[in-house]
Design a protein around this ligand. Structure first.
Ligand code: MTE
Ligand code: MO
Length: 409
């Protein structure tokens, strides 16, 4: 990259930050890049049809990549509306790159404690009865940076961008389990990916019989390579890591297989030297995505406070919004549909009086679980905790309208 392009890039980032602008995202505000538009678009024909559509040249949402072969790319939560994450903006977490897999050669082997071991091609999998369901996937490391290295200048994307929500199509795992015939004492299964990290996780058979699926499509099209093309395991509501991508093998067994992904990683240290293993379900959580850094409110008046809420245990029952740092709470409006284990959009109309304000959201799920403050979470987990942050998020609005991330709640 030339020095020139680096400085141009920095310039674009600066312009975008200064302009803020929810729902635009990226370097949209740069004058040099502004698309040419006629004074009156009704006076001349527009652009011709194309084979593949593209976003408006005024709209540039971008994921934020962190790392490379072992890395992640964060969803720009602040640039999205509704609940579905566009496939090319779904966050991704990869441990040894995105493998190139030929769907014609890829197979799924189901073996171990089963009556009839089976190896299925992708085409064979797709002949089973299918289901389409909307669910979020959230990395259990989501929010870790906002805990360990918080900064007022963090966007929703940087705070909690490792969660995304899609419509997934695939075959229920229970169907395949009936097909192979599970031995009566097969209580766990190993799910193994076909990438160079050979990621593998142990999952209770009960989840496999409940709502697990082998997904091959996402938002109406085949999975993206980063989401596991051609097939992935989808475990609705469970920590991202268990949703094994590029799935190639399922082995039934009596007990957990104790892979390094569930012993050395993804465990939760608790106070008193204890470690919690297999924290599968993602607890209820929410984040206000607007107003948020780097937005700036132009003045007092009505402002929509908008955001996302989700729970790995079921449906979101309620989202409360506070504009005074948690002293008082109001009910936000939940925008339907209220799908279980899926992102839900909430909105609260706020009349800003121009004073310093601290905006917070608090999710409550249908199990009665209430999203905790950071101090409540740490009281249970201890300060050494490293995964599964779901504390209440806060944004400070100053008199000049600037909005910054407030880590302590
Ligand atoms: N085979 C394989 N599966 C994987 C991973 C991986 O690196 N390899 N990453 C896991 C982690 S840590 C997460 S959070 C989710 C992310 O899914 P996504 O990239 O579709 O958002 O995939 C999981 N499945
Ligand atoms: Mo993850």
């Amino acid at each position: 990259m030339s020095e020139q392009s680096i400085s141009r890039r920095a310039l674009l980032a600066g312009a975008a930050a200064a302009a803020g602008g929810a729902l635009l995202g990226g370097p949209a505000a740069d004058a040099q890049q502004a698309p040419v538009v006629p004074a009156d678009p009704t006076k001349q024909p527009g652009a011709p049809v194309t084979a593949v559509g593209a976003r408006s040249p005024f709209v540039h949402p971008e994921r934020a990549p962190v790392g490379q072969i072992t890395g992640t790319a964060l969803t720009p939560l602040q640039d999205l509306a509704g609940t579905i994450t566009p496939a090319d903006l779904h966050f991704t977490r990869i441990h040894n790159g995105v493998p190139a897999i030929d769907p014609a050669r890829h197979t799924l082997l189901i073996h171990g404690m089963v009556e009839h071991p089976l190896e299925l091609t992708v085409a064979e999998l797709q002949r089973f009865p299918s289901v389409s369901r909307v669910h979020f996937i959230e990395c259990s490391g989501n929010g870790r940076a906002a805990y360990h290295t918080p900064s007022p200048a963090m966007t929703p994307q940087q705070v909690d961008g490792m969660t995304s929500n899609s419509e997934w199509t695939g075959v229920p795992l229970s169907t395949l389990f009936h097909e192979v015939g599970l031995r009566h004492d097969a209580d766990w299964f190993l799910a193994e990916g076909g990438d160079a990290s050979l990621l593998a996780r142990s999952i209770p058979v009960s989840k496999g019989m409940d709502d697990a699926m082998i997904a091959w499509a996402q938002n109406g099209e085949p999975l993206r390579p980063e989401q596991g093309f051609p097939i992935r395991l989808l475990l609705p509501g469970w920590e991202g890591n268990t949703n094994v991508k590029w799935l190639r093998r399922i082995k039934l067994g009596r007990a957990p297989f104790m892979t390094r992904w569930e012993t050395a990683k993804y465990t939760d240290p608790l106070p008193g030297g204890k470690i919690r293993q297999f924290s599968f379900e993602m607890d209820a959580k929410s984040i206000i995505t607007s107003p948020a850094y780097p937005e700036r409110l132009s003045g007092p008046g009505w402002w929509p406070v908008r955001g996302l809420a989700w729970s790995g245990r079921g449906r979101i029952a309620r989202v409360d919004v506070s504009t005074d740092g948690g002293r008082t709470w109001e009910n936000a409006t939940l925008l339907s549909p209220l799908t279980a284990k899926a992102h839900v959009r909430f909105e609260y109309m706020w009349q800003w009086n121009g004073n310093n304000s601290l905006l917070m959201s608090r999710a409550v799920d249908d199990q009665g679980y209430v999203q905790p403050t950071m101090s409540e979470l740490l009281a249970v987990r201890g300060p050494g905790t490293d995964y599964h942050y779901n504390a209440i998020r806060a944004w400070a609005v100053a008199r000049d309208g600037t909005v910054t991330f407030e880590a302590r709640t």
